[in-house]
Design a protein around this ligand. Structure first.
Ligand code: FMN
Length: 368
């Protein structure tokens, strides 16, 4: 019997169980609505959840990454809570951190609906949301209110440009976002890899990274700059990934988030005509291969947040052994339900023990 699966059934606290029970009960009904309507209903429910104490994670999961302490390495991926409305629930579910956003400078509606589809038999989603956002000022106000409360989880903020921003002004959008949100975040993720904002992925180049770095450097003054991470796509050519990673190291970015959704279909065994980024189970191997390539290139000089297709402790552990210091999930939460967070944490602790690691950091990159 796999120890991760046994321990994964042991709950830490009651809040996640209650949210999970509600989700499991409502799921057949929720899954009859289109994916975005379900998402909105769930967020409205979770937004009403009070900020309660986080369930205690196994102590060996405590970890320190880019100078910050995390109670556990499992985070909420960007896109689930774009406008920072349900942070209390993320803490109650046992996440060690939440990456909010993508936030754009000005509020914008995103692409026309429908723009999110489920592929339930594959445990996958396809989305072409195109950054619907309440805008930086509104999100900043919400986070300011949260900061006056007791938060046990770390908050990252993922930022991206407005759709109508001309290419030559994109760096200014990022700088404006850092000005508005940088002081409120534990770390900032520069999203250069959404496939749904035309031209954005072209910023994944050493030259553009240099340009961006220059624009970001002064943007958070007089407050000290937060750690800046770069979020990359799983679709970058092997030949291009090396120079991008080298630039990230040379410029002193604090980390890399790998990966965003993929435009691949047949290569990951999916047949679908919906346009947009694919996430979930079919992405897992492709994301892990990208994490492994990045780790081989940067070693332990730049920590990686591994994301893509995680739905179990084994998936999370695989990303960690490939080189991720922290992990995140989105689609796995949709299909497995809220208790998956505690189950991943409990399972990770069991897998570490099984393999003789005393901490997450000891396991990072051991299968790179
Ligand atoms: C509906 C949806 C919306 C997303 N929105 C964003 C976003 O706004 N910014 C971003 O960086 N990533 C976004 N993502 C990508 C996720 O953060 C994550 O990188 C990707 O889905 C892979 O993880 P997963 O397989 O656990 O879902 C979104 C994903 C989904 C499914």
């Amino acid at each position: 019997m796999n120890p991760a699966r046994v321990v994964a059934r042991v709950p830490f606290g009651r809040a996640p169980l209650m949210i999970d029970a509600f989700y499991k009960l409502a799921k057949p009904l929720l899954f009859r609505c289109d994916a975005e309507t379900t998402h909105r209903l769930m967020l409205a429910f979770l937004a009403a959840w009070p900020i309660s104490t986080a369930p205690a994670a196994p102590p060996e999961l405590k970890t320190r990454v880019f100078g910050l302490d995390f109670a556990n390495p499992v985070g909420l991926a960007a896109g689930m809570d774009k406008d920072a409305i349900a942070v209390g629930a993320w803490q109650s579910l046992g996440f060690g951190f939440a990456e909010l956003g993508t936030v754009t400078p000005r509020a914008q509606p995103g692409n026309p609906r429908p723009r999110v589809w489920r592929l339930p038999e594959r445990g996958a989603l396809i989305n072409r949301l195109g950054f619907p956002s309440d805008g930086a000022n509104t999100v900043a106000r919400r986070i300011e209110q949260l900061r006056s409360r007791k938060l046990g989880l770390r908050l990252g903020i993922n930022i991206g440009p407005n759709k109508d921003t001309p290419a030559e002004k994109v760096a200014l959008d990022y700088a404006a976002l850092v000005g508005a949100l940088g002081r409120l975040s534990d770390f900032v993720v520069i999203n250069l890899s959404s496939p749904n904002t035309p031209g954005l992925r072209a910023w994944q180049s050493p030259q553009r990274l240099r340009e961006l770095h220059g624009a970001l450097a002064d943007a958070s003054a007089p407050a000290p700059p937060p750690p800046f991470l770069i979020k990359l796509s799983p679709d970058i050519d092997a030949a291009e990934l090396g120079p991008i990673c080298d630039a990230v190291v040379q410029l002193g970015f604090a980390g890399i988030v790998a990966t965003n959704t993929t435009l691949a279909r047949a290569e990951v065994g999916v047949a679908s005509n919906h346009e947009g980024g694919l996430s979930g189970r079919p992405l897992c191997e492709r994301a892990r291969a990208t994490i492994r390539s990045i780790r081989r290139q940067v070693g332990d000089r730049v920590p990686i947040i591994g994301v893509g297709g995680i739905a179990s402790a084994e998936d999370a552990y695989g990303h960690i052994r490939a080189g991720a210091s922290l992990v995140e999930l989105y689609t796995g939460l949709v299909y497995e339900g809220p208790a998956v967070v505690e189950s991943i944490n409990a399972g990770l602790a069991a897998l570490l023990r099984r393999d003789g690691f005393r901490s997450i950091s000891e396991a990072v990159g051991t299968a790179a």
